[in-house]
Design a protein around this ligand. Structure first.
Ligand SMILES: *Cc1c(COP(=O)(O)O)cnc(C)c1O
Length: 399
């Protein structure tokens, strides 16, 4: 087998290329009609009221933190087993990141570690929680929401790994990851390894109209053109005295708060929409691939844990915990299979160590890191390729 097999990759079809082409030949490269269409259709897919398209998932996190008014040294809790951006967004606004350990069975932020942290400090010490639907497995948001309400915290659900994933709630209702029923805000990424690829891109979902409006402003420099929000008077705006009942001039807008340029382009939105129309098929394929891995590895002696087959899992990643993980990683690489490690615990990154985090602080996360490996998982992985991956793993362990 000559072709290399990555752990994840995008799937671009002729329809996707056509959709981008059409925008490139049209009038608007940015802020055209595809942005609102993408937002509307994404919100529908996820089950939220509102969606705001942004430049990438990190920008989505940054704007979310800003919209929730994080200030210097506000404390926010997150998991160490995530992409650094889930924590970094707190730092962008001067907040303090407090890590809590993972549940070794689910690999998700452990609600009991979070509760323990909250109980140790006076109420009001912490401002928010950022749970992550890691690998595509949905967090029990209902439970986190109950805990957050007890301590008056907001929640940002980092659902980058889980568009289309879901959890069944206590009333046996399906709750899609990021639908906003148990969180103020949720965020997604459209990086090429994620379920929906825009090149770069991100989305914030919410059911809260005030947050939605604030996010729209923050996304574009803090500027508004909504005349119901204008603060300056109409004579100033016009540059001359106006008759009573006159309209604000056509050019007029106001910058009312400090925002950024975190917009998505119209051709990226067109790509996103085209990808979104196939998202359900991709999810089905990911779940089929997971079931095959699961059946192939269950009960193997080298196995310490695996993602397993879980209802509602969106399988951004398929993870094994194994003995001699380094040996396996290198062996697979020699055989052109590029497995990956998700993640090096955030609290042990040199940047976070400067705040006092050290080895031993998060035993479950650190133990998980010693054994985890993410196998190739993407909708276009062929059954021949998957069989090859499985056979190489078995060969490495002589099984
Ligand atoms: C990819 C990812 C992000 C950041 O998204 P970008 O679009 O790459 O900025 C944030 N959190 C998690 C969990 C991610 O996987």
């Amino acid at each position: 087998m000559k072709k290399s097999i990555p752990y994840g990759r995008q799937n671009i079809t002729d329809e996707d290329i056509q959709a981008v082409n059409d925008v490139l030949r049209g009038d608007f490269l940015t802020q055209g009609p595809h942005i609102l269409q993408f937002e509307t259709e994404f919100a529908e897919y996820i089950g939220s009221k509102y969606a705001v398209a942004v430049a990438n998932g990190t920008a989505a996190l940054h704007l979310s933190i800003m919209a929730l008014n994080i200030k210097e040294h506000d404390k926010v809790i997150t998991t160490p087993i995530t992409f650094a951006a889930s924590a970094n967004c707190v730092r962008y606004c001067g907040g303090d990141v407090v890590f809590a350990d993972i549940d070794p069975e689910t690999y998700l932020l452990d609600i009991n570690s979070v509760r323990a942290l909250l109980e140790k400090s006076p109420k009001g010490t912490y401002k928010g929680i950022i749970p992550v639907d890691f690998a595509g497995r949905g967090v029990d948001m209902e439970a986190f929401k109950a805990l957050a309400d007890e301590y008056n915290l907001w929640i940002i659900e980092d659902a980058c790994h889980a568009p289309g994933g879901y959890v069944t709630d206590s009333k046996s209702k399906m709750q899609l990851c990021g639908n906003g029923n148990f969180a103020e805000l949720a965020i997604f990424s459209f990086h090429p390894v994620k379920h929906i690829a825009c090149g770069e891109g991100g989305m914030i979902t919410t059911n809260d109209e005030a947050l939605y409006k604030r996010l729209l402003m923050l996304r574009t420099h803090g500027i508004t053109r909504d005349l119901s929000l204008f603060k300056n008077d109409i004579n100033f705006a016009a540059g001359q005295s106006q008759a009573e009942g006159a309209d604000f001039p056509g050019w007029y807008m106001e910058m009312q708060t400090l925002g950024y340029n975190y917009r998505l382009t119209d051709f990226q939105a067109a790509l996103g929409n085209s990808q979104l129309s196939r998202a359900e098929d991709g999810l089905t394929k990911r779940r089929e691939i997971a079931a095959i891995y699961n059946a192939a590895f269950v009960g193997k002696s080298f196995l310490k844990g695996q993602s397993g087959v879980i209802d509602g899992h969106a399988y951004h990643l398929y993870i094994l915990e194994v003995d001699d993980r380094l040996g396996l990683y290198n062996y697979l690489k020699e055989n052109r299979i590029y497995a990956q490690i998700h993640y090096i615990p955030c609290h042990l990154m040199p940047y976070y160590k400067q705040f006092g985090w050290k080895e031993g602080d998060m035993p479950a996360a650190e133990n998980y890191y010693k054994h985890c490996i993410s196998l190739p998982m993407y909708p276009t992985l062929t059954s021949d390729e998957q069989e090859y991956v499985i056979s190489m793993i078995n060969a490495f362990y002589n099984e």
